[in-house]
Design a protein around this ligand. Sequence first.
Ligand SMILES: Nc1ncnc2c1ncn2[C@@H]1O[C@H](COP(=O)(O)OP(=O)(O)OP(=O)(O)O)[C@@H](O)[C@H]1O
Length: 373
Amino acid sequence: MSSSITGTIKEVPKTAEAPSQYLEDIARKATRTERVLYPISAIVGQEKMLRALILNTINPSIGGVLIRGQKGTAKSTAVRGLAEVLPEIEVVEGCKFNCDPKDPDKFCWECTEKKRKGTLNVNKRQTKVVDLPVGATEDRVVGSLDIEKAVRQGVQAFDPGILAQANRGILYVDEINLLDDFVVDALLDAAAMNVNTVEREGVSVSHPANFIIVGSMNPEEGELRPQLLDRIALQVEVTGIYDVEQRIEIVERRNGFNDDPKQFIRDYEAEQEKLRSKIVKAMQLLPRVSSTRENLRTIAEICIAFNVDGHRADIMIERAARTNAAYEGRERITNDDIIEASEMVLPHRMRKKPFEEEEFSVDQLRAVVDGNI
Ligand SMILES: Nc1ncnc2c1ncn2[C@@H]1O[C@H](COP(=O)(O)OP(=O)(O)OP(=O)(O)O)[C@@H](O)[C@H]1O
């Protein structure tokens, strides 16, 4: 069958985007009353949250971030703002699942057909941050399947949902602790297989659903289901900032943005560009960063000392530490990379015995790394 494919993948020409073009696009958005995003590099402090988000974008195999904290601490501003510093990806033009033209093995049925006919074009666009609202219906999340139509038209009867839109992007779930069980189950399934499968009355449709999950929650409103908590690799706590100067800065920057978003974005464009290029460099460096046996031993000793369940924590710490080294422009992983990664991986994974509130302690972490435990 594959020998009969005669078509070629056509590239849609794309001119290199000069900064002025970028600013023009932003200005256009602003005048069209589309949502203009507060630049992520204008967020004051909250370094841990920003680092956890950035590490995941450099290396999506880390496995997501859960941001826990008080209301109004820039959680959603940071996640939404991330979109503006993410590198562009290649997608099949018009594909509802954002199929990667370079990965035909994972093509959806439409892209497979386009490839067969030789009508497959390629587009470049920024990685998307897709919102999953708490009240979304099951059909809206996983997609809907019209059974009668399916019998007549096959997969054409499938109307893709949010998990399709999020493929190869970031899925943002604000108030993730308030999600309905059916959505949690769908997320767990997709996270396990990188595929979303919808089954109705014996008819089944599957499509690629490989996304970075970013959840945010206020723990005062309820806890997250343990299965989902275990699946999300990193966790960061955010609290309000108690430094007077920084609080003033937050208000001044927000006012600056509200008063004249175009000018505010122009003022931060150099910072944004710096961040963009640091992320791209880290992505290029990452394949050359590898863990030594000594690094792996340190990680194993930490996970034993902190009494975590299973081995997922070891794997996640290694990935996050390796990515942190790449973000810092190094090919070697240091103990500080491992400590920084452990601080984000361990707190929600320590096995708590009944009636015992075991607290996570960075001092204990350092003591293990220094060989004093
Ligand atoms: N550190 C910060 N730097 C810049 N702006 C901030 C900071 N913290 C809060 N803000 C501002 O405070 C407002 C609230 O932030 P945001 O909506 O991101 O909060 P949130 O943590 O997502 O809370 P909620 O769960 O209530 O939505 C925004 O206008 C944001 O710009």
